[in-house]
Design a protein around this ligand. Structure first.
Ligand code: C2E
Ligand code: CA
Ligand code: CA
Length: 648
């Protein structure tokens, strides 16, 4: 997975909700602290302003009391007067040094002892300065119960306090005043607090909205992230995350797990015949079928194209194989009118395992080793498969530069006439001289090139090289034998193949009859019309055509009937192993007779012994190619062999 894709996926997966929740909690706390503080501060401000006003009033009461006393007025009339003009005053008392109330106006009388307790020692004797002590009981300090117990209708807060003022050494004037906060006075504070809470509700509401949005978005994104656009079910991302989770949890359960890949063969072919929509429907059905086979703590997903990924539990390996066989047979029912083939790759997950992506890659590697056109296969992963894949990677990485750097070299394997045992032809065979790998034989890269199509370029290169060589020999006036070049079956999808080969050869003005083209038998199974047409045209341009590897694989005698071939190359397999009953010998003899009757020359390949040469001579075989006479060799060596006089 690319880094940026990884980053995006992780971002979606790790999108967190908790910052919003924290933000809500923090907002509530901040608002609560500030709100309560604000309320408290505003309220105490209001009360303090009232206290100040009362202070003022008390001062006035105090002064007027003294004035009236001096004027000889009696206590009751003084007190009545004060009471009348100062509504906050509830009681006015004169208390002697023992705390006994001597005079009283109003219903409340001070408990002097308690007053002393609350404000500390009231040492009245030292306060003869006429200023009076501010013996306020701080209203804010008083308990709420006390306060509310004083509250009447329309009042939200009430508190009283005693003002104590020494009159003489033996008498104190005590005035009880009341502080009341009314509802209307609180209106502005309440408005402010309401506004404040409205803002708080807005902020919290916004946060809640963000949480809901984030949760929904996360669900939506996860849905997209984990859904296959083909089957509508789980995709590979889901598979990886879920499998990783199951394996992590498995420390407790200790199940054996296997990573599985199920591939529908020739899916492209299915889509070409029935359309992509039908193809996707098939994939959807297959996925549902796979899901039906899942047990608890197993996972399946559509991985890519025609591949499904599964992680299954197992007890015995054989049981899992049996389960997979049943699974595949059910999958085949998904499209009863079409024959479906499946490849199954298994990787037995060890206790100490790699990450899911790597392990899934292993089963994909297994898939690469299952031949496409074979019946259903269940194959297990082997380390050597990775080496094979690495080799394919290396070959594919290096092939272009190898062609440009002329690392592919032409080797020639001589063909000898059976009777005279004289060099009468040669086959061009490629070798790769790799700068680091050294000499690489064709079986290590030709099958890869046939798979990836690079064989077209390589064959063109070989044909060109042979044409160039022939031109050189012609120019040098050398006696020339025909040289055959292999033409891979991959070319036979091109309608203008014959013209294409002509163009390559004509660059060097070489007569076409000096070049023979070897077609492998498998080419004869591809598009027959193109093949017949191409062979006929190549012949009309003067090339000789030979059927390579005749007798290997599925031979078709019919192709001998339909195609105007010049040469038949008997496959080396005819001459391998024991032939006690002489059946192989008989077939070779009959094949030679048949070829002769069809006016074809016959070449026996892979001849290694004198005995084989003699037997072939007896059967009238025309040419022999094999290690008995010569192995494939570099051009310079071949030149020494083919043109001995000139070489001297
Ligand atoms: P092929 O076309 O059947 O070539 C004959 C192969 O048999 C050659 O293997 C040759 O070295 C080998 N051979 C010849 N005589 C004997 C013998 O007496 N005993 C044994 N054991 N082997 C013998 P080579 O060169 O490794 O090529 C293998 C195959 O690679 C070729 O089989 C051909 O199919 C393919 N190939 C090689 N060069 C080219 C090329 O330029 N183009 C294409 N398309 N295929 C090529
Ligand atoms: Ca050949
Ligand atoms: Ca051959």
């Amino acid at each position: 997975m690319s880094k940026s894709k990884d980053k995006k996926i992780n971002k979606i997966k790790n999108r967190k909700i908790w910052p919003f929740v924290v933000s809500i909690v923090v907002s509530i706390l901040i608002f609560a602290v500030i709100g309560v503080g604000l309320l408290e501060a505003s309220f105490s401000n209001l009360v303090m302003s009232k206290i100040q006003a009362l202070n003022q009033a008390i001062q006035e009461v105090d002064e007027s009391y003294h004035e009236c006393m001096q004027n000889g007025e009696d206590f009751q009339s003084i007190a009545r007067n004060i009471y009348k003009f100062t509504p906050d005053v509830q009681s006015i008392c004169v208390v002697d040094e023992k705390g006994q109330v001597v005079q009283q106006y109003g219903e409340f009388e001070p408990d002097f002892e308690t007053l002393q307790e609350q404000v500390g020692v009231i040492d009245l004797s030292e306060n003869g300065d006429g200023q009076g002590d501010q013996l306020w009981l701080d209203p804010m300090e008083m308990g709420l119960m006390e306060r509310t117990s004083l509250v009447d209708d329309g009042e939200v807060y009430g508190a009283y306090c005693w003002y104590v003022r020494p009159l003489s050494e033996s008498a104190n004037l005590c005035i009880r005043v009341m502080i009341v906060v009314y509802q209307y006075e609180l209106a502005s504070i309440v408005m402010m607090v309401l506004l404040f809470f409205a803002i708080m509700v807005l902020v919290i509401g916004w946060n809640i909205f963000m949480i809901v949005r984030a949760v929904r978005q996360r669900c939506r994104e996860k849905d997209i992230l984990y859904t296959s656009t083909v089957t509508g079910g789980n995709n590979i991302q889901y598979f990886k995350d879920q499998a990783e989770k199951l394996l992590k949890e498995n420390h407790r359960n200790r199940f054996n797990y296997a990573m599985i890949s199920v591939r529908l063969e020739k899916y492209h072919n299915f889509c070409s015949c029935y359309g992509i929509k039908e193809g996707e429907e098939l994939m959807e059905n297959l996925f549902q079928e796979l899901q039906r086979h899942l047990q608890n703590k197993e996972v399946a997903a559509h991985a890519a194209k025609a591949d499904f990924a599964l992680m299954l539990k197992y007890g015995e390996a054989d049981n899992l194989r049996y389960r997979l066989e049943r699974m595949v047979s059910d999958l085949k029912e998904a499209h009863p009118t079409q024959k479906l083939n499946f490849g199954v790759g298994i990787y037995w997950i060890p206790q100490k395992h790699e990450d899911v992506g790597t392990m899934y890659n292993y089963v994909e590697v297994v898939q690469e080793t299952i031949p496409e056109d074979l019946e259903d296969h269940i194959c297990c992963f082997e380390e050597s498969m990775l080496d094979k894949q690495r080799w394919i990677r290396k070959v594919e990485d290096d092939m272009e530069s190898a062609l440009a750097n002329r690392e592919f070299q032409v080797y020639l394997q001589p063909k000898y006439s059976t009777r005279e045992e004289k060099l009468s032809g040669a086959e061009a065979l490629v070798r790769w001289i790799h700068p680091t790998e050294g000499f690489i034989p064709p079986n290590k890269f030709i099958p890869i090139f046939e798979q990836n199509g690079f064989i077209l370029q390589l064959d063109d290169y070989m044909i060109t090289e042979i044409a160039r060589l022939r031109a050189k020999w012609l120019y040098e006036g050398k006696k020339i034998v025909p040289i055959s070049v292999n033409v891979s079956r991959a070319h036979f999808t091109k309608v203008d193949l014959a013209e294409h080969i002509c163009k390559l050869v004509d660059q060097y003005n070489v007569p076409h009859d000096m070049i023979e083209l070897e077609l492998t038998e498998s080419a004869f199974f591809d598009d027959k019309d193109i093949l017949i047409n191409t062979v006929k045209r190549l012949k009309s341009y003067g090339f000789d055509i030979s059927m390579d590897d005749f007798g290997a694989g599925y031979s078709s005698l019919n192709s001998l009937r339909e195609l105007p071939l010049d040469v038949l190359k008997l496959d080396a397999e005819f001459f391998r192993g024991e032939d006690e009953e002489g059946r192989g010998d008989l077939i070779v003899g009959e094949a030679i007779t048949l070829a002769k009757k069809l006016d074809m020359r016959i070449v026996a390949e892979g001849i290694e012994t004198r005995k084989q040469v003699d037997a072939l001579a007896e059967k009238n075989c025309d040419l022999i190619q094999g290690y008995y006479f010569a192995k494939p060799m570099p051009v310079e060596e071949f030149e020494k062999l083919a043109f001995p006089q000139e070489a001297k």
